[in-house]
Design a protein around this ligand. Structure first.
Ligand SMILES: C[S@@+](CC[C@H](N)C(=O)[O-])C[C@H]1O[C@@H](n2cnc3c(N)ncnc32)[C@H](O)[C@@H]1O
Length: 218
């Protein structure tokens, strides 16, 4: 697999980054050892910085896994803030709750177990930031449901928009990703790029991150 960022560059940037909580490197190491797909540290730092930059007090995450990205964002929130994180895998959600309690962040994070799509209409917005990192085939269908949950100026941050580069025509001759997921991400990227509710910044950080600013409220 051809890396999106040269490994020496990624290692250099990692070396400059200071995790906001000491539990983060351990969550990442344990997650990788168990084969849990989680963001890399640079994407975590981006999530932390964006959460802080928009002064978020209300955040929604789709796809908690074991709480690695959750901790990156929760450490940027004030104590009275709320981060709602949706995860359908009970064991992963339980692990995430454990790490958040250990980090002293469980007062501001509510992990809800179940299919994200079934919670969306029950959630009271507006959110300052939504992190989409769930089922890739749900990215495009959920887009129209997430836009109304964001405040004007709020951010929809989406992970895996490059999908190891497999959405990029000609990047690899030997694709290894599920073709349906690759097609779903390519369709989502096109839909987000064309969506009049958002102005989007496309970043080659980690596995590719889209930072979409909610520009209009219709
Ligand atoms: C890529 S992982 C999330 C990684 C996490 N955001 C991190 O970086 O630390 C995706 C997670 O989303 C969960 N998931 C996928 N589709 C979902 C859905 N429709 N509803 C709830 N959870 C979902 C999966 O069980 C998986 O744990």
């Amino acid at each position: 697999m051809r890396p999106l960022t040269p490994p020496a560059v990624a290692a250099y940037l990692d070396g400059l980054s200071r995790p906001p909580h000491p539990v983060l490197p351990r969550i990442r190491a344990e997650g990788l050892a168990a084969g849990v797909p989680i963001v890399d540290a640079l994407t975590g730092a981006l999530l932390h910085g964006l959460t802080r930059a928009v002064g978020a007090t209300k955040v929604l995450e789709i796809g908690t896994a074991i709480g690695y990205s959750t901790v990156w964002m929760a450490t940027a929130l004030p104590p009275a803030a709320l981060l709602v994180s949706l995860e359908r895998d009970q064991a992963r959600a339980a692990a995430a709750r454990g790490y958040l309690a250990e980090a002293g962040l469980d007062d501001r994070v509510n992990i809800m177990i179940g299919e994200a799509d079934r919670y969306l209409h029950k959630l009271a917005g507006p959110f300052d930031l939504i992190f989409q990192d769930g089922d890739k085939t749900q990215y495009a269908p959920m887009l129209a449901k997430l836009a109304p949950l964001l405040r004007p100026g709020g951010l929809l941050v989406t992970d895996n928009i490059l999908w190891d580069g497999e959405v990029v025509p000609g990047f690899t001759d030997t694709p290894h990703k599920n073709a349906a997921d690759t097609a779903a991400i390519a369709a989502y990227n096109a839909a987000l790029a064309a969506d009049p509710h958002f102005t989007t910044i496309w970043l080659p950080v980690g596995d590719g991150v889209a930072v979409a600013i909610r520009t209009s409220h219709e």
